[in-house]
Design a protein. Sequence first.
Length: 391
Amino acid sequence: MTIQFAGAMAPSQSLAVADRLESFCATAEFDRPTLVIDVDRVESQYHALKAGLGHADIHYAVKANPHPAILRRLAQLGAHFDAASRGEIEMCLAAGAMPGDISYGNTIKRVPDIAWAHAHGITLFAADAEEELEKIATHAPGASVYIRVIVEVSMADWPLTRKFGCDRDTALKLLDYAKALGLTPLGFSFHVGSQTRKAEMWSPTLDAVAQLWADAKDAGHELTLLNIGGGFPAFYGEEIQAPTDYAAGVMAMVTERFGHIPRIMAEPGRGLVAEAGMIVAEVVLTSRKSDRDLHRWVYLSIGRFSGLAETEGEAIRYQFTTSHDGEPTGPCIVAGPSCDSADVLYEKRPMNLPLALKAGDRVLIRNTGAYTSTYSSVCFNGFPPLDVVAI
Ligand SMILES: *Cc1c(COP(=O)(O)O)cnc(C)c1O
């Protein structure tokens, strides 16, 4: 298997970074599956996105990877943060972020956590329901809020449609209700869906939100904030648009539809950190279920419960590198090590892996800096959670 990068990426930079991660991983010894994070790569990706996003503020979606080294570097660079819980807010503050630069973006917040955030200087909250606004008004009086709206159509590889947001009429009512409760409603937020590979795929979502924006203005609301959420992609083998192009493309589409907006927030998670990470794991077993079996089974030391949760539905297809790359390959069903039959990573679309692969061989899994370490179970079946090393 050769290493392929999306056509639009700067190949020299990508290769240099891959070399750096790879040479570290090649020489280091790990006694369990380990995610290696190159913090300089996070920084270069931050600059690349920022170059396209212009005056929009980057609020890093902490849930993608809350490693302290990442949060500290981003805080030093002047990034803002989107936190989903008290725990994430605490991690941002510990990394040096200012409370005014942290938004509490989860629409589902416990009352004690709202009160705690308010007491620690957090002033910007998301909501998508009356009851949430009431909780915020009581426990963070006078706070600013934005209303999260539902995205009906998503072209994302990992859509986030149903759980969050409210429809158009509810969103308009919530602006009024927030005001009546003494809060300051600033505008709307949405999420186009995670891993939306091209800027043009944002178009139906932006059309719908722009219509809502116009309706709210017609209803007399003064809107100053648009939170465009995340969705910025990482390279997993299918072509993606390069980060600066992508971000600039999205911003051009926003300007075209909304005109000038005083404050725009973008919340990249995956697009900021995924390509800065590589997991080092190993093959535990290779087998065939019968002499007639066309597929081999390859069991890895890492699986669905120990970091590769986004293989659910085979949605995210990671790229594997082994020391046998370049040798003949065959279709393999790839599975994790635990005693749970859901711990199969790729079966509907098997992976082509080298036929020579055997127990003990090292496997590198590329672009795994996002949604891996924190999706790792604490100790299911006695397997330790994914270890993380920052270089
Ligand atoms: C998860 C999340 C993000 C990050 O999404 P990515 O697709 O990883 O960029 C941004 N905003 C909110 C509100 C989220 O829940």
